[in-house]
Design a protein around this ligand. Sequence first.
Ligand SMILES: [Zn+2]
Length: 468
Amino acid sequence: MRRARPLTISLLAGAAVALFAAQPTLAAPTPIDPAQHRQMLDIWKKMISIPTVHGRGQMAAMANYVAGLLREGGFAAEDVRIEGSGDDLSLAARYRGTGKGKPILLSGHMDVVEARPSDWTRDPFVPVEENGFVYGRGALDMKFGDAVLVSTLLKLKAEGFRPSRDIILLLSGDEETAMATTARLAEQYGGNAELLLNADGGGGLLDKQGKPVAFYVQGGEKTYADIEISVTNPGGHSSRPGATNAIADLARAIDRIAAYRFPAQTNEITRAFFKATGKQIGGATGAAMLRFADDPGDADAAATLRADPEYVGITGTTCVPTMLNGGHALNALPQKATVSVNCRIFPGVSVENVRETLARLIENPEATVTILDHPLASDASPLRPDLMKAVRKGIDQSFPGLPIVPQMAAGATDSLYFRAKGVPSYGVLGMFIKPDDDFSHGLNERAPVASIDPALRLMKTLIVDLSR
Ligand SMILES: [Zn+2]
């Protein structure tokens, strides 16, 4: 994931733990075959030991390892394809069904972000199991999820499961960097797919005592965009100031952007999120959530939520200045000043629309307002009843009655490219973790072993029920 933890998990860390009071586990969890548990653990550790940092030339080792497992597990050789070169590799494996419906896609990424051994307590690429955790780069983001996907497919093959539609596993190789392999996979498979299940989003929240309090289904992602505003000026000697000054003009522009609030918005996912959370949270914030879910035009409710950094991101688009550059000499009038503004754009709003808003705001026809790179916008996915029903069933096998809350993420995953192709996409990894244990992209990344069985139960239920 491009770095921002799923909104909800970090968000609700504190509140949710209080919110969704720990749920009594009624029935005993559906047993997971101990051999599969061990197999998943071995695959997970093996994957961590392959340092798939983009540019290190190890992506082929990971792709070939997975391909080997799948072929040994019963996939036809021609149904497992590795494409690309260097580290721009992707893997696609087709589990053939009876062709009664469009395929469902399973998504994950093989690459991890950089990790320098000198910064870590131990070698980040030597998986260590300790105190109920597996430590290593990618333990959480996202080799746990990759291992859940592979182990579940192998289990279904071994059980002779025959779906009515094809199931296609898609593993990209540069989700943490350029997402070029993701774009390629979306081009190849996104035109004819029923839906996509992403093991790199969603997740379960544990309280400080380790009890599950809620499960989040990620159904939408804000668009990440950097917009650069540049002001130029003829400049001159600083002892002879003119009517305009590049830095002063830019400062005025920044002031206006900082003061501006984009229109408050909701969608099916954020309404469901605020309704589920508002009811539980109570108090002024809870009441504001419920009012906002009913009417995003409720200025007071919006103001209450926007005053809290935890919730502002869910109420609409945000744009903030993040980097500044200007001037070339202490004793010269600046000839150029530039600011980059980082925007997290609400699903359904185009990046160009936001660029125009910023250009209008600053009222400086001399300034250039440019979108950096080529950000891709995507709409939120509908909360399909069949998907939500299967999630309910899969979660109840481990934690009966646990609240299930839709979520919108501030950062992007591979789902972005598939949603942009019109494929409904859902982050549904059954990883249950305390927010304080989430060090993805950080030092000493880890993930709990205890989350293996809930994740396997959920993924198997989803794949079987949605491909039947
Ligand atoms: Zn990730």
